[in-house]
Ligand binder design. Structure first.
Ligand SMILES: O=C(CO)[C@@H](O)[C@H](O)COP(=O)(O)O
Ligand SMILES: [Fe+2]
Length: 220
């Protein structure tokens, strides 16, 4: 089953609660929350206080994508704020296995994200500990960038390992996902599609979500 995760990075932050309710009613499966610290990536966005504030606005899982250095220091705070999934970048933590355990101890599903230039081999040995693998299809930091096609091979390789080792983590793609790129991602093995500008830059969010889903399902 394909899941659509609208990224609130492209929402109108002055009416964030209403923007979340809009995609919730519009058929979203996750709410994707991009956390940026101005160090790991150039941009600065959301902290645990905002996650706590939006939690009552939706019953959908909050899919928190941490683009921050030293993520261990903030896992507890985001878990307490209401995160359902916490995804950290492999590039942002030296002791990735420990970071994953910290997320699990906090009672939250654990994901690892890989930048476009990071080989999937970096996480092969810990795939069995993961609930989600996030293949970045743009360089993290901003919404509205173009999809990087070389990332498709990485999705395929992770999907191959998932089958080979009989694992059940979800494969998520993030960046430049829209009606044109969704199909190829799903064909490669992804089932969670993050879409920021492709959803929030449209006035009819329900239609935008449905269009991405329809495009993606054409590959099934
Ligand atoms: O994590 C990120 C960017 O770093 C994403 O979640 C973006 O928010 C996706 O935006 P679009 O490429 O879909 O506009
Ligand atoms: Fe993201």
């Amino acid at each position: 089953m394909i899941k659509i995760a609208p990224s609130i990075l492209s929402a109108d932050f002055s009416i964030l609660g209403a923007e979340i309710e809009d995609v919730d009613k519009g058929g979203a499966d996750y709410i994707h929350v991009d956390v940026m610290d101005g160090k790991f990536v150039p941009n600065i966005t959301i902290g645990p206080l905002i996650v706590e504030a939006i939690k009552p606005k939706t019953s959908l899982p909050l899919d928190v994508h941490l683009m921050i250095e030293n993520p261990d220091n903030y896992i507890q705070a985001f878990a307490k704020a209401g995160a359902s999934i916490i995804t950290v970048h492999q590039e942002a933590t030296v002791h990735l296995h420990r970071t994953i355990q910290l997320i699990k101890v906090a009672g939250v599903k654990a994901g690892v994200a890989l930048n476009p230039a990071t080989p999937v081999e970096m996480i092969r040995d810990i795939l069995g500990d993961l609930d989600l693998v996030l293949i970045m299809t743009v360089n993290p930091g901003f919404g509205g960038q173009s999809f990087i096609p070389q990332t498709i091979e990485k999705i395929k390789q992770v999907a191959k390992w998932r089958e080979q080792y009989n694992l059940s983590f979800e494969i998520e793609v993030d960046g430049g996902v829209n009606g044109s790129t969704a199909k190829e991602c799903v064909e490669a093995g992804a089932e969670v599609l993050v879409a920021g500008s492709a959803v929030y830059n449209q006035t009819d969010r329900k239609k935008a979500i449905s269009d991405i889903r329809t495009a993606a399902e054409q590959s099934e």
